[in-house]
Design a protein around this ligand. Structure first.
Ligand code: PMT
Length: 343
């Protein structure tokens, strides 16, 4: 990246594609070891109690443009797919490691996102005479309580059972280190582990060695950014980190004609179990499951909801969410995958 001829360009013309080279040259995020320990305890406990465990990745990764970060590149994902799916996995009896972008949507609290459904709008103030000493309870407005009750119930159930572990990332580098670490922690689960990769992962980044320490100064003309390609980590994940796991990747496209060819290509290249394809503007009511049947042969199955339903309010009471069907479908496939190990 350069704002004029005198600043050395960021990003190397020599592209770093390999995952090994990435992990050898980039610094692991602080706190990784603590997250590994938390995940290990979680996996050991739920495995010994006979639960299947799913790693759900969710939200977008950032690419910092400065070491003292003032600016960064980001993407559109709010983490709706991941947070919603995590709720359905919990309802299906899975223990969920929810690896998500800091401040993105989370299971249960997503229903009361500050932009679409601010929780303060649900509450009534105590009457002035009752609130003199500040001890009068604040109550939920009656018209909101029937929608809130099941959310609150499920939230408390998951907390009580300890079946949800939330771990956060911010940058694409954090994401890749965490994905490697958590996949390896889950490896002993064998086929009982599922990996649901719904995060929107940046394809390009600026290696730390090429990132300026201080805020990029303006006033020196245009800014050019040169970025290296992020290594595709699905390959080492399938081959080394989680070789027996049930791995579900997502494919996002804006050109629908590319969706199926690119999903098939990913399956051929990486050899995992399923790609869930989604087109950006239809992702809330249409997805396609793509699987490989044999060499060069694939099967596609679509899930479609009524596009007329109002998706403007997250998890609006009474409205079907496509993640319910996605998770049910994957749960069945995962069961078959586990049985295939036993036969
Ligand atoms: O949060 P929402 O608004 O609900 O949006 C949900 C979603 C559209 C982001 C989600 O459904 C989705 O499609 N996520 C995947 C987006 C994405 O990163 O697509 P991709 O084509 O760039 O990557 C495809 C796959 O390659 C991903 O499963 C990823 O795990 C894998 N990958 C990506 C980058 C990388 N360096 N290595 C990888 O292995």
């Amino acid at each position: 990246m350069t704002s004029n001829q005198s600043r050395p360009p960021l990003g190397s013309p020599k592209l770093t594609f390999s995952a090994d080279a990435f992990f050898d040259t980039q610094e692991a995020p602080t706190g990784l070891e603590k997250k590994r320990r938390q995940a290990q305890q979680f996996v050991e406990r739920h495995s010994s109690e006979g639960r299947k465990v799913v790693l759900v990745t969710s939200g977008g990764t950032t690419v910092p443009l400065e070491q003292n970060v003032v600016r960064f590149l980001d993407n559109f994902s709010a983490g709706t797919r991941g947070a919603t799916s995590a709720e359905y996995f919990l309802a299906a009896g899975y223990a969920v490691i929810f690896m998500h972008r800091q401040h993105s949507l989370s299971p249960y609290t997503r229903h009361y996102s500050h932009t679409t459904n601010p929780f303060l709008d649900l509450l009534s103030e105590p009457a002035e005479e009752d609130s003199k000493d500040g001890s009068s309870p604040i109550t939920v407005l009656p018209q909101h309580s029937s929608a809130l009750k099941p959310v609150l119930h499920n939230y408390h159930s998951a907390r009580k059972a300890g079946t949800l572990l939330r771990l956060t990332f911010v940058t694409v580098t954090d994401y890749l280190f965490m994905l490697r670490e958590l996949s390896q922690v889950m490896q002993p689960l064998g086929k009982r582990g599922m990996y649901y990769l719904a995060a929107a992962v940046s394809d390009f980044y600026v290696p730390s060695q090429k990132t300026p320490e201080h805020k990029i100064q303006s006033g020196k003309g245009s800014l050019m950014i040169e970025m290296d390609q992020v290594p595709k980590v699905l390959k080492p994940m399938v081959q080394k980190w989680a070789p027996e796991g049930f791995i579900v990747s997502f494919k996002l496209e804006t050109d629908e004609d590319l969706l199926i060819p690119k999903a098939r290509n990913a399956l051929e290249r990486y050899g995992h179990q399923v790609v869930v394809g989604n087109e950006l503007n239809r992702r809330k009511y249409e997805v396609v499951f793509v699987e490989r049947i044999s060499d060069g042969n694939f099967k596609e199955s679509w899930i479609r909801l009524d596009p007329q339903q109002d998706n403007s309010v997250l998890g609006k009471a009474g409205e079907k969410e496509i993640e319910e069907d996605i998770v049910r479908n994957l749960e069945e496939r995962h069961e078959q995958w586990i049985k295939s190990a036993q036969s």
